[in-house]
Design a protein around this ligand. Structure first.
Ligand code: SME
Length: 163
């Protein structure tokens, strides 16, 4: 397979998501192991967009999320429902964009270098399997284009993985 996920700084964000999505479907096609697919999803996103931290937290119990496949610095293992950005996105079952983590009450700082964050729930058949969490070391990195692009990527992953 010949995939090119390297970041291209001069291309606009929408185009980068569109190009990513075309290649991403091929990357995960035919693989049904959750860990393997999430690991390559995190790697591909980090490679393509240069995010500071990309990974999944998995809803293995009703009470807390557990750290799943990721790319970046070491991170906290468990996040209680309703806590931090991830636990809140899980509880509310909706994406959350945090332009400045210092202004999000209860933000969990796994790394002091993280400045902004986006979290997208991973939902299949109305059940939340976990969340995709992406951190940036810059303030205000994420907008609606990221939210829409990442929701599409998560939808493709869910459709391919939990068929
Ligand atoms: N900041 C997250 C915790 C996970 S780390 O960013 C990897 C939160 O507040 O939920």
């Amino acid at each position: 397979m010949n995939l090119h996920f390297e970041s291209r700084t001069k291309t606009d964000k929408e185009t980068r998501y569109r190009e990513f999505i075309t290649q991403y479907a091929a990357l995960i096609d035919g693989e049904l192991d959750e860990t393997a697919v999430m690991a390559n999803t995190a790697a591909a996103l980090k490679e393509a967009f240069g995010f500071f931290w990309v990974g999944f937290y998995l809803a293995k119990s009703e009470e807390e999320l557990t750290l799943g496949p990721f790319q970046g610095n070491v991170a906290c293992y468990r996040i209680k429902k309703g806590r931090g950005v991830c636990g809140t996105a899980w509880q509310k079952a909706r994406p959350i964009i945090v332009p400045d983590v210092d202004r999000f009450p209860g933000h969990i700082a796994c790394s002091s270098a993280s400045r902004s964050e986006i979290v997208i729930p991973v939902i299949h058949n109305n059940i939340i399997r976990g969340v995709l969490d992406i951190d940036s070391d810059q303030i205000n990195s994420f907008d609606d284009t990221d939210c829409e692009g990442l929701k599409q990527i998560v939808d493709i992953m869910v459709t391919s993985l939990y068929q």
